[in-house]
Design a protein around this ligand. Structure first.
Ligand code: 6CS
Length: 316
């Protein structure tokens, strides 16, 4: 069998590291029975288009990040509520890898769209890059910030006082360069590999959000797999939880050093707890918006996730 796995990120990214390790394990364990072909971001289209290609069976696997899934699977936007996920990374890893909320109720929503939710993993803390020093919601006034295409992200950055502009990943660099947008938000490894730091003066840590992604499969493809192949996919996905957690940490650390060592490196700004406070306060409004958008099912997901976070944090 030949399986196609498409990425929302370029060669050398965190998603690429995942797919490469997945491929290696699958090919070895299947004894050459299965080959996995990886398609990095670019030729096949935007994140939204990749999700469509998996849903209609043209692709077997792809990454599909909540930041772009919000129109198709509204409640997955719970992962885009700022300051919601645990501060403890181990809890984030645990919840994304094995949460009941995620793999019971939310996976049904994926199923309804022809998608099998295989796993979810973190890719690192999201950092703002900007052409001015933003330390308060007031600084965000008239500031055009690019966000991913999920509707809740527009609400989130409005609540933070900015003018959010949703656009695909591939358009961000030129948007920054041409001044159509003033800033954007992404994990450090992505800021480095997409060269956003070259056209921005500041990198700003506000601690508001972990970047999360899902790996989805075409649902009919997955359901139709032999027991042996299903086991192959499931066991590999399980093994990958720790592998990718370590890799993304390493990539983000190494690439921060690269950015710092570059000519004209952006100024690194770490917001204090006091400076973060108004953004945290604004996040409550985003939570309310989420409930308004997604209704009772969304509210249930939100409350159950909060409970899981609390339980994990208390056990650490
Ligand atoms: O900003 C984005 O659109 C993208 N950022 C990352 C780090 N991965 C995929 C996503 O589409």
């Amino acid at each position: 069998a030949q399986w196609k796995f498409a990425l929302e990120e370029v060669d050398g990214s965190v998603q690429d590291a995942y797919a490469e390790a997945f491929k290696k394990r699958i090919e070895e364990k299947s004894g050459g029975d299965v080959t996995v072909n990886i398609y990095p971001y670019g030729s096949l289209g935007t994140s939204t288009q990749l999700t469509e290609l998996v849903a209609n069976g043209a692709l077997q696997f792809a990454n599909a990040s909540p930041g772009h899934l919000g129109k198709l699977i509204e409640p997955i936007q719970v992962f885009s509520i700022p300051y919601l996920l645990p501060e403890n990374d181990e809890c984030t890893k645990k919840i994304l890898g094995s949460s009941d909320v995620l793999y019971d109720s939310l996976s049904d929503e994926f199923e309804n769209q022809g998608l099998k939710l295989l796993t979810m993993y973190p890719e690192g803390e999201m950092v703002w890059t900007a052409n001015k020093k933003v330390t308060s919601p007031e600084d965000f006034e008239n500031f055009k910030i690019r966000v991913m295409t999920s509707p809740l992200l527009v609400r989130a950055y409005e609540a933070f006082g900015a003018n959010p502009t949703p656009m695909p990943y591939s358009e961000v660099y030129s948007g920054l360069q041409l001044g159509q947008i003033d800033g954007q938000v992404n994990p450090i490894f992505a800021i480095q590999e997409m060269k956003f730091y070259e056209v921005q003066d500041y990198m700003i840590w506000a601690g508001q959000q972990e970047f999360t992604t899902t790996v989805v499969a075409n649902a009919d493809f997955y359901d139709g797999l032999s027991e042996e192949h299903k086991q192959l996919v499931d066991s590999t996905v399980d093994e990958m939880v720790d592998v990718i957690f370590k890799t993304q940490n390493q990539y983000n650390q190494e690439r921060l050093e690269k950015i710092k060592a570059s000519d004209n490196a952006p100024e690194m700004v770490h917001l204090s707890d006091e400076q973060r406070a108004p953004f945290r306060e604004a996040a409550k409004k985003v939570e309310a918006k989420f409930v308004e958008m997604t209704g009772e099912p969304g509210e249930k997901v939100l409350n159950a996730l909060k409970q899981e976070i609390k339980t994990c944090e208390q056990s650490m």
